[in-house]
Design a protein around this ligand. Structure first.
Ligand code: UD1
Length: 444
């Protein structure tokens, strides 16, 4: 296993391009199961999660070729299995994205329940409710979702839950409804740009989907979908991560392929902090010219601040003099990074789904452990801003969602390297990683 060593204190400077969005690539790859003929995907990011989805689709009988130029061709004509094994699904929750496509393709699916997760309770009841509304018969058996349907039929589907809509649940229902008989209306649909990208992909393949990017998505079922070429949209979470890292180090970077329209809430929060953001044909420029101000952050469904940037914001706010408040309305327990930030000298107090950041003291380098993908990014940002050296262990989480992060940061002037971790504690989960109950008032 590898770890990252970061020599902190250097402002990031230069130009960095982001990859295709992981959260669009995964459901789009899964949706290839319902397309006849070859699909060619461009800007497929080189990530562990994409490799896992590739393996999962291959285990179902798909033929997949990847080139070094981030292109993947997927041919699902030979797919002949509807069973998604626990051994693959447990590695990545987004494996659940094959449920809707398998059901639409074979009229049956057996997909392992994804299981527990470090960022909190993540049920799939809304996925099941949506597919049941389309006529599927679903039950849980031996840790698997077992689904059957003689013919999926269009229906009125409500996907709102206690924390808003569901992103991958909307993807599952959208793909199944694209081939169902008749018309489907998804209400409280997720509006995330990655859901829109999936819808655009399906439409290019022959689906009839409208209302993408709004909370009401209308789908007229078609008989079949045909092979198509599609370019995955740029990753807004990776772009936000670099922008926040630039702010945390008081740097100046340009992200030429960031889509400003997908990042409005992140840009707004950074501007309130006093970060200068200029969007032009050259890309998104992020720079710091004055002392930064504290800000209150609430992570919400799109177009709100993404929960996938909440940890990175918290790390950055530790460097800003004053009191900031960070709340996560999507995953209220998603504060595993806070315990590690404390080890770097942060002053944080947790009250349920709210963490209060008393920022301004200089973070100091430490040996820290990543607990999930975005928590890892937060620790890297803290390490970039800290004095001395930081070591981030268990970086396999980072490799799930960031391609060549150490190379990109090094190109921006930060001394970051990937080295083998010989420590025998690398895979041991320390006690403070245990989830706090939401109701508990906890001082970290
Ligand atoms: C997706 C993203 C993930 C992001 C999350 C929220 C992918 C591959 N992953 O995950 O990076 O952090 O959206 O933006 O796109 N919920 C239910 N019942 C369900 C499903 C979800 O109550 O059946 C709840 C969840 O507990 C959570 C909220 O709804 O509170 C949002 O979850 P959801 O949008 O489903 O997250 P994912 O699609 O798993």
């Amino acid at each position: 296993m590898d770890m990252l060593t970061i020599q902190g204190g250097t402002p990031l400077r230069g130009t960095v391009r982001v990859e295709g969005a992981k959260n669009a690539a995964l459901p789009i790859m899964a949706a290839c199961l319902v397309v006849r003929g070859q699909v060619q995907l461009a800007q497929v990011p080189d990530l562990v999660d994409v490799a896992t989805m590739t393996q999962l689709l291959q285990s179902l009988g798909c033929v997949i070729n990847r080139t070094k130029t981030q292109t993947a061709t997927i041919d699902a004509d030979s797919a002949n299995r509807s069973f998604a094994d626990y051994e693959l699904v447990r590695r990545m929750r987004a494996s659940i994205c094959v449920l809707g496509p398998l059901l639409a393709r074979f009229g049956k699916a057996q997909v392992s329940l994804p299981g527990g997760c470090n960022i909190g309770h993540r049920p799939i009841d809304l996925h099941l409710k949506g597919l049941a509304a389309l006529g599927a018969d679903l039950r849980i058996e031996n840790g698997y979702v077992v689904a059957t349907a003689t013919r999926l039929r269009g229906a009125d589907v409500e996907l709102g839950g206690p924390s808003g809509s569901t992103v991958t649940g909307t993807c599952n229902v959208m793909v199944a409804a694209a081939l169902a008989k008749g018309r489907t209306t998804i209400r409280s649909a997720a509006c995330e740009p990655e859901v829109v990208d999936l819808g655009n992909f399906l439409n290019a393949a022959g689906a009839q989907i409208s209302g993408l990017g709004t909370s009401v998505v209308e789908i007229s079922g078609v008989e079949s979908l045909q092979g198509v070429t599609h370019t995955i949209l740029p990753d807004r979470i990776e772009a936000a991560t670099f922008a926040i890292a630039a702010a945390a180090t008081r740097g100046n970077i340009l992200i030429p392929n960031a889509r400003t329209e997908d990042l409005t809430s992140v840009i707004d929060a950074l501007r309130v902090m006093g970060v200068r953001i200029v969007s032009s044909s050259a890309g998104l420029e992020v720079s710091c010219h004055s002392e930064l101000q504290p800000v209150d952050i609430v992570a919400m469904p799109y177009p709100g601040i993404p929960t996938d940037t909440q940890a990175q914001f918290m790390a950055c706010l530790c460097t800003v003099q004053g009191v900031s408040k960070v709340r996560d309305a999507v995953f209220p327990d998603r504060f595993m990074h806070a315990a590690e930030l404390l080890r770097m000298g942060a002053n944080l107090q947790r009250h349920g789904d709210l963490t209060v950041v008393h920022g301004g003291q200089r973070l100091t380098g430490a040996s820290v452990m990543a607990s999930d993908l975005r928590a890892s990014a937060a620790l890297v940002i803290a390490g970039l801003a800290a004095t001395d050296q930081t070591t981030v262990r268990r970086i396999y989480h980072l490799d799930r969602g960031y391609a060549r992060l150490e190379e990109k940061l090094t190109a921006l002037g930060a001394p970051v390297s990937r080295v083998p971790d010989s420590s025998n504690t690398a895979d041991v989960q320390p006690p403070h990683f245990k989830l706090q109950k939401r109701s508990e008032r906890t001082i970290l």
